[in-house]
Design a binder for this molecule. Structure first.
Ligand code: UDX
Length: 431
């Protein structure tokens, strides 16, 4: 099928590329001309495992093209996906101005029937507004359908999640666009749910909020485990084997971050408020998440006492493993808190150091390309992101480099008994 994707961020670029990978012809559109030029020249603006290879392959096959012209994308395709940012506003509600702008641009360029699909995460009832806007601004007065098709990909696993989705959600107002939508997704061999637009939009916020709730639940349990002398990982294993609960997203740590969960939670609380429901449960999820970081910082200060003039090594800056994304990263938040208390930092992240630099002050932070060098001369070491490679840290070398062998593990990567045997003062979460 001939498709275009408006917006070449994480969702747009990976979605467009995966559509091309299964044989569709895709135009990726972005109003950032420099980004389009970079992509046309073979550059990839984000780090996402496996993405570069399939971008190159599909560009070479002529199935994937980049343009900064929305009109070109619209005219060249039957189905247009909107994948632009929906950033939070200070009151937690969603800024829908990019969606509205794109809806107008699409309307202005439409000269024949089009299916306009919203892939961005939006509040319930946005589809109705998009339809109204297109109708109002479409000079050619052609027919169109609006569809909601939320995206569930995780950063760091985006290509795998897109190629093998758990489900595909398609929200429609009429049956007309259903066949085309099914044709787009048939190659992905996933269950396809066809529903109304409002339900499709709600599914996205409901899913992300539930996952965030799972994390806050296990973090709250971690605090009980610490107080009661139990091990949260054993508890997670024990409850997770119950298929109704499931083991995934039950890893305790320093809390969730990233560009989705914090924003989507705030948005969902706001949306609920607007329809007349006070979603107190989700406000508690937020509170537990914020509290989790404070508790971890307290663990550090309880042990090191005064942080002023202490040197601390930090492993991890990204909001989670396998990504260079530092938006709302708990690791960055932690670094800022330690710096504010007067510590200096030696930091390493496998992919996120370039994106972290603008967020941290220049003074007091040393960036190291080698994770094994981070501990040199430090008073303590901290694990802030769950990168797998941190498990391979040369513990003997780190121990020698530190003034005292103290490790604060915010992601439970090491085994407490093993660490104790090796002579470490080891503090993790919920164990
Ligand atoms: C999330 C959703 O998973 C995805 O379906 C949606 O499309 C976008 O939002 P993402 O933000 O990429 O994806 O990351 P995710 O893997 O969900 O992790 C979010 C945060 O939760 C990270 O900070 C991670 O470290 C944290 N987390 C995750 C935990 O602390 N414990 C866990 O058990 C799982």
């Amino acid at each position: 099928m001939k498709l275009s994707i408006i917006g070449t961020g994480y969702v747009g670029l990976v979605t467009g590329t995966c559509f091309a990978e299964v044989g569709h012809h895709v135009f990726c559109v972005d109003n950032d001309a420099a980004k389009v030029k970079m992509l046309q020249g073979g550059g990839i603006p984000i780090y996402e495992p496996g993405l570069e290879e399939i971008v190159k392959k599909n560009v070479a096959a002529g199935r994937l093209k980049f343009t900064s012209s929305t009109a070109e994308g619209v005219q060249e395709s039957d189905v247009i996906f909107i994948a632009v940012p929906t950033p939070p506003q200070p009151d937690g509600s969603v800024d829908l101005s990019y969606i509205e702008r794109v809806a107008r641009d699409i309307a202005a360029a439409m000269t024949s029937y089009k299916i306009v699909v919203d892939k961005s995460t939006v509040p319930v009832k946005t589809g109705e507004k998009v339809a109204e806007t297109i109708k109002r601004y479409c000079a050619a007065k052609v027919e169109f359908d609006v569809v909601s098709n939320p995206e569930f990909l995780r950063e760091g696993f985006a290509v795998g999640d897109l190629m093998h989705p758990d489900r595909v959600v398609i929200g429609v107002r009429s049956q007309r666009p259903v066949a085309a939508m099914k044709e787009i997704y048939t190659p992905f061999q996933a269950p396809i749910i066809v529903t109304d637009i409002n339900s499709a939009e709600l599914i996205k916020h409901a899913a992300n909020s539930f996952l965030a709730l799972k994390i806050s639940y296990i973090n709250a349990l971690a605090n009980i485990c610490e107080a009661a002398g139990a091990n949260v990982q054993e508890v997670a294993h024990g409850i997770g084997l119950d298929e109704r609960i499931g083991r995934r997203f039950l890893n305790a740590g320093i809390g969730f971050g990233g560009s989705c969960f914090p924003k989507d939670l705030s948005a969902f609380i706001k949306i609920s408020e607007q329809v007349g429901y006070d979603f107190k449960l989700l406000r508690e999820v937020q509170r537990i998440n914020a509290d989790q970081m404070e508790r971890f910082v307290k663990k550090i200060t309880d042990t090191l006492w005064v942080l002023k003039d202490k040197k601390i090594g930090v492993l991890g800056l990204a909001f989670k493993q396998n990504t260079d994304d530092v938006r709302s990263s708990p690791a960055i938040d932690l670094c800022q808190k330690l710096l504010k208390d007067g510590a200096t930092l030696r930091v390493h992240d496998p992919k996120a150091m370039a994106k972290a630099r603008p967020l941290l002050p220049e003074k007091g932070v040393t960036y190291l390309n080698d994770m094994h060098a981070v501990a040199e001369g430090c008073d303590a070491l901290v694990v802030a992101t769950e990168w797998d490679e941190f498990k391979q840290l040369d513990l003997a070398r780190a121990k020698k480099g530190l003034t005292h062998p103290i490790l604060f593990d915010g992601r439970n990567l090491f085994d407490p008994a093993e660490m104790e045997k090796l002579g470490w003062i080891y503090k993790s979460v919920g164990r």
